[in-house]
Design a protein. Structure first.
Length: 221
């Protein structure tokens, strides 16, 4: 279905323990050997290996030994069941693969005070990697490489004297001030209030301030 895609990345908890089973044909596939740290194999593991072999995919786990680790750590034991799966021909695009147990993240960032007495850390690790992409061919050279390109641009030298002075805007601002006084306890509330304020200001700008057509035409509405 997706054979014409440039790159596909499958990530997740597959509940598959593949041990040292090979997902490559060593005589044919030019793929570095995987070093397993979990030697157990289950039925999901056999089915997962069959899929990988058929789809010409391989896992990143076990191919970056320096930062490899178990992806599931609990009182029941340790296992590798979460994988990054990539096509054979794109393996070289990935590097810096890491498996970070949740406890190591908590310790690294000193998050212990934020964990409640009844809280329980997730038993699955965080998996990260770097993906190198070549996007130069996707950029239209005729278009300026400008992060503000195609955004609405206002003539700020033409702000009218009655900006934000209408009764409608005044009531909107009063309502936002009321929200600040009542529901600013959490970051989520603060973000919501900030978003409301931005919407009020942008609406007034759309109504009162002239807009520039583009940086090239030098014409304004």
């Amino acid at each position: 279905m997706h054979s014409d895609c440039e790159n596909i990345l499958l990530v997740g908890d597959f509940n598959a323990r593949i041990g040292s089973l090979s997902e490559t044909l060593n005589q044919i596939d030019n793929i570095p050997k995987r070093i397993a740290i979990d030697n157990s194999i289950n039925q999901h593991g056999h089915e997962f290996i069959d899929f990988l072999n058929e789809a010409k995919f391989c896992v990143l786990n076990g191919r970056f030994a320096e930062n490899d680790n178990f992806t599931s750590i609990s009182r029941k034991g340790k296992a590798v069941v979460d994988y990054f799966c990539v096509p054979h021909d794109s393996l070289s695009n990935y590097d810096n693969f890491k498996v970070l147990p949740i406890q190591s993240i908590v310790d690294m960032h000193k998050l212990q005070p934020l964990i409640g007495e009844r809280s329980k850390l997730p038993d699955h690790s965080v998996i990260t990697c770097h993906l190198k992409l070549m996007i130069t061919d996707l950029i239209d050279e005729a278009q300026p490489i400008d992060p503000l390109f195609n955004r609405t641009r206002y003539r700020l030298d033409r702000i009218p004297g009655d900006f934000m002075s209408s009764e409608l805007r005044r009531l909107a601002i009063v309502n936002i001030i009321d929200q600040i006084e009542r529901i600013r306890e959490t970051q989520e509330n603060i973000d919501m209030i900030y978003s409301d304020l931005c919407n009020v200001i942008v609406a007034e700008m759309d109504e009162k301030i002239p807009k520039a057509i583009s940086s090239s035409s030098k014409k304004t509405l």
